[in-house]
Each structure stands twice: as structure tokens, then as C-alpha cells.
Write a protein that binds this ligand. Sequence first.
Ligand code: KG4
Ligand code: ZN
Length: 349
Amino acid sequence: MNTTDTVRILGIETSCDETAASVVENGRKILSNIVASQVELHAQYGGVFPEMASRQHVVTIYSVVEKALKDAHLSISDIDAIAVTQGPGLAGSLVVGINMAKGLAQSTGIPLINLNHLEGHIYASWLYEEEEKKVPGFPIMALIVSGGHTELNLVKDHLDYTRLGATLDDAAGEAFDKVARLLGLGYPGGPAIQKAAHSGNPQAIHFPRALMDQSWDFSFSGLKTAVLRLVKEYELQNSEHISRAIPVNDIAASFEAAVVDVLVAKTIRAAEATGAKSILIAGGVSANVRLRKEIVEHSPVDVFIPPLKYCTDNAAMIAAAGYYRLVKGIEPSLELDVRPSWRLAAKGD
Ligand code: KG4
Ligand code: ZN
């Protein structure tokens, strides 16, 4: 592929509960970005209900793709390649995006590129809307923190990933969601905890910071259990007629501080240990204001964090990553099946 050409990629993303399509030019410039969120649908269940997610994707996918092309003022014949998330994610959700992408590719002859969702999150840092921005310099220490994943990857060059460590139990976003439920703050938990934490004291309770100085792996289940134990203590006292209101805001702020401390300390230590030139944070939890602020304050190297709307699931990041795969000469293929547990990279030494 001649990289001086203008390459327009249609990205399609349906790995979880957002139906998304986007057109991105040369891996960076967003021409359109449509995200149909199902958050209200799932809020009543306190989490994503896989079968409903899949059915809702079926209902919305066609109009989402149509709108992405319309907003970009393009028709399908102007598209050079289609990039679709193949995994990881919910099988029943992934299959809807893949079938849409396959159908389009087959009927038009446009090449189809498979994408890892986490790779997409990383490439969110290359995106821009109006003004071109600086891009991260390699090697990059990438922290991916979402509802399903928490991992540290060293990105030596485009598409060259080595996993340093990952969570041994809950993902950071999952911990936010579970603790929010414990505190009765609703779903999705991340934004709800952040809001409550705003009026709380992050030093009020000292929650555990697991594996802080050892290993590149993470563990958040002990922290979640510590919150559960504390809430139960308050409930017990209340049932024994000692009325003590649960200090929800202080618990939220102290929990958020514990998660952020671990994420920031490990990422910076990993960047220093590997000689990374930049740090990148990606995934839904990178929308967290405390995390964004703390990492920028403490990092010795440049930090790249996408604007809020490109932190959570979207298809622009899939189209961006698709461009770099296309340029690298990854063979397009129509032989795609879902890969719900697809790992971005093998674990390094
Ligand atoms: O990347 P994402 O949209 O979907 C997955 O691939 O999982 O991430 C969703 C996760 C949820 O767990 C949500 O609670 C969390 O990101 N999240 C946040 C914030 N906004 C979203 N966590 C902490 N603070 C936030 N502001
Ligand atoms: Zn995601």
C-alpha cells in the first residue's frame, strides 16, 4: 500500500454494549463517529446482559453504519477497507459486527481487516478531530484499563506488543462497577464512583493496595472484599440500632484513590524499567479524572490519554488500528469468526 494515498477505513465495533461505526482517514483523522449506547437498557440489571446486548446490536447496527457513512459525506464505494473487532468480548455481540462487516465486504469487494479490541483502545491515542496532535513516541508503556481488562503492555513499534502483566482477578473497571453496586450507586460504576468521590475524603479509609511493589500483575478482588466488609460492618451496627450512616462518599473516594495509586505507581515503574519514551492509558477507566491527573503529575515521560469520548468503546479506535494493520500488509480475509478470549500479546520476560 502506498502510504501517501488517502486511506479511509470504516470501523465497526460491537464487542460489548456499544454499537459503533466510524470513518477514519489515514489512521488518525475522524470523519465520523457514531456510538449507540445500550447503557440504559442494561442499567436495570446492574450490568451487561449478554443476550440483550446481542439483540440490541442486531436492531441498531445497520443504521449506525449508515449514519457513520452519511456523517462522513461518503458512500460505501469511497471506503478503502473495513476494520471490525473480532475479540475479545461477548461472542453474541461480536458476531453481529462481524456479520455486518463481512456482508459489506463480500458485496462490495472492499478488504476486511480483523481487529483486537485492546489494540483499538491503544490506537485511540492517534485519533484527532480537527487539529493534528502529537503521537506517542516508541517504545510506549500502555496501560489498558477497562471493564474487562487491566494490563500493561510494552509497545515497541506499531503493532508490536509484549504483555508485562495483567490482573490476576477482577479488572479495574469491574472493581469500580462492583463497588458502585455495593454502595448503591448504580451502573456503570466508574462514573458513579467518580461523582461520589468528588465530595469524599480519599484519605478517610486506608484500603489495601495489592502487589504495589512486586510483579507487573494487578489484583483488585481483595480491595473489593475490603469495601464489602466495611459496608457489612455498618449494616450490622445499623441492625443493632446503632445508627451510623454509611459514609458512601468517603468510601468511594478512598476506593478510587487505592485503585489509582496502584495503576499509576505500576505504570510509571514499568515505564522506567523498560526505558519507555511515553506512557499511554486506554480503555474505559482512563476516563477517570483522578487517574488522568495523577499519572500526568507523576510521570517522567509524556503521557497520552484520549479525550473522554474515545476512552470508552468506539469504532474510531478500531478504524485507526485497522489502518496500521493495513499499512503493515496484514492480509485481509473474509474467513473471520469471533475470538471472545483473544489476547493482544503473549507475556514477556
Ligand atoms: O472500555 P470500556 O468502555 O468497555 C470495555 O471494554 O470494558 O470500559 C468500561 C468500563 C466500565 O467498567 C466503567 O465503569 C469504567 O470503564 N469507567 C470508569 C469511568 N468511566 C467508565 N471507571 C472509572 N472512572 C470513570 N470515570
Ligand atoms: Zn473497551
